[in-house]
Design a binder for this molecule. Structure first.
Ligand SMILES: Cc1cc2nc3c(=O)[nH]c(=O)nc-3n(C[C@H](O)[C@H](O)[C@H](O)COP(=O)(O)O)c2cc1C
Length: 328
């Protein structure tokens, strides 16, 4: 039987199928279910900067009765009775202890100061690595792309100076030059990039004339953007490449590995099909490998990356021009 084992962030995994940061890690029984279904590893949902603020606001609230701030911040986490940073750290520790598969913590903050201290505390929970989710909506017209990227690099440098655990950075797909950002992160000692984060965009209800914010799960078509970038970057960076967004089946995982992914992260498909669906995905990967005669994931990883395909322009602009000009 084909061997699915791989190494991600320097940690041996029994297979490259990783549960992405999501509500799956909000309950220990779900985390155990993921392990039982064969997950290679799991990323715990993020500690958000708003939770860090929540703790600080709570402290201010205790000191100044009547503050509105705490109640407002609590509304970000309505389902979490005690949604502050301390509770999150305790949760990460509890999750780490509940399973033996590798577990990574995630930090989602935007201001440089907040990160270092909490990255350090997350590292102390015993997790195997950290994922940094840098998500800003840049609305200030005076800020350049370079300014925003610089903030990311400063955050990474400050965490790297304090934390020895391996670091993955989960990136947005909206950089002008994703390859350059990956290169700059590599220079700063990051071990992996997660391509890409998926954003929940607000919608508008024309009847009610209101904004609508709802959780919409991903669609398989969304996988094409990360697939292309994994294929473009494979062999051009030493970083591990985690493919994320739109992966729904074992066949999708195979596509990601052929493009050059080190691991593939999934959330929506498990929320849609149930966590035990992981075992179906793994079986499909195994069957495909057996059919094709591959003994290990390394035998075919990156086989269809830009560096290795016959038509290296397939991932670039020429295909776009060709397809659009031949369309009826
Ligand atoms: C319910 C839910 C909660 C999520 N929470 C987090 C989170 O805490 N941190 C994070 O970085 N991503 C979070 N995500 C994003 C996922 O990690 C992932 O990037 C995204 O869902 C795309 O992968 P998918 O197509 O497999 O769903 C969440 C996604 C869902 C559906």
């Amino acid at each position: 039987m084909a061997n699915l084992s791989t190494t991600y962030l320097g940690v041996p995994l029994k297979n490259p199928l990783v549960v992405a940061a999501s509500s799956i890690s909000s309950y220990i029984d779900r985390v155990k279910m993921a392990e039982d279904a064969g997950a290679g590893a799991l990323v715990i949902r993020s500690l958000f900067e708003e939770q860090i603020q929540l703790d600080q606001l709570h402290m201010e609230d205790v000191l100044s009765v009547g503050s509105e701030g705490y109640a407002e911040a609590t509304s970000y986490f309505p389902s979490v009775e005690h949604g502050g940073a301390k509770e999150h750290l305790m949760w990460v520790e509890k999750t780490r202890e509940a399973v033996s598969m590798p577990v990574f913590a995630s930090l989602n903050a935007v201001s440089p100061g907040a990160w270092t201290q909490y990255a350090k505390q997350l590292a102390e929970t015993g997790v195997d690595g950290l994922e940094i989710n840098y998500y800003v909506v840049p609305t200030d017209p005076a800020k350049t792309a370079g300014d925003i990227e610089q903030t990311l690099y400063e955050i990474v440098e400050s965490i790297k100076a304090e934390v020895s655990l391996p670091l993955a950075v989960k990136l947005s797909p909206f950089y002008t030059s994703p390859a350059n950002v990956v290169h700059e992160l590599e220079k700063r000692g990051v071990e992996a990039v997660v391509l890409f984060n998926r954003f929940l965009q607000p919608d508008i209800d024309p009847e009610l004339e209101t904004l609508v914010n709802e959780m919409v799960l991903s669609n398989p078509i969304e996988m094409k953007v990360p697939l292309r970038w994994i294929a473009l970057l494979y062999g051009r960076t030493k970083l591990d490449l985690a493919l994320n967004t739109g992966v729904h089946t074992g066949r999708d995982v195979v596509k990601g590995l052929l493009a050059g992914a080190t691991v593939v992260q999934v959330a929506s498909t498990l929320l849609e099909n149930g966590i035990p669906y992981l075992s179906t995905m793994l079986l499909d990967i195994q069957n495909w490998m057996d059919e094709k005669g591959y003994d290990s994931v390394d035998d075919f990883r990156g086989k269809l990356s830009q560096k290795k395909v016959d038509d290296p322009f397939a991932f670039e602009r020429s295909q776009y021009v060709k397809l659009l000009s031949s369309a009826q």
